[in-house]
Design a protein. Structure first.
Length: 90
């Protein structure tokens, strides 16, 4: 594991403006982002501590984070007129 924080801006650099917009206007999207960032911080802490008893928990958190990232990405790429306008404005 890398031990680095996975921030959404770094994960989706081409969608920065759209991520920001959806975080401000879509409650579900904002909750997903908060959950992703929280899990990312928890994974980073667990990796730094190198807790052997927590390997299964770490793997589970990484899977949850990946699922959240996939759901967030799915929302970013769905063809919505407003989303396209924001994406093109960048």
């Amino acid at each position: 594991m890398s031990g680095t924080l996975h921030e959404l801006a770094a994960e989706f650099p081409d969608f920065r403006a759209l991520v920001r917009h959806l975080q401000e206007t879509d409650g579900h999207f904002a909750r997903l982002c908060r959950s992703y960032e929280d899990l990312s911080r928890r994974v980073q802490l667990a990796e730094r501590r190198n807790e052997p008893a927590g390997d299964a928990m770490l793997i589970d958190m990484c899977k949850q984070r990946r699922q959240l990232k996939e759901e967030i990405y799915g929302m970013l790429v769905q063809p919505e007129p407003e989303a396209e306008a924001i994406k093109l404005a960048v």
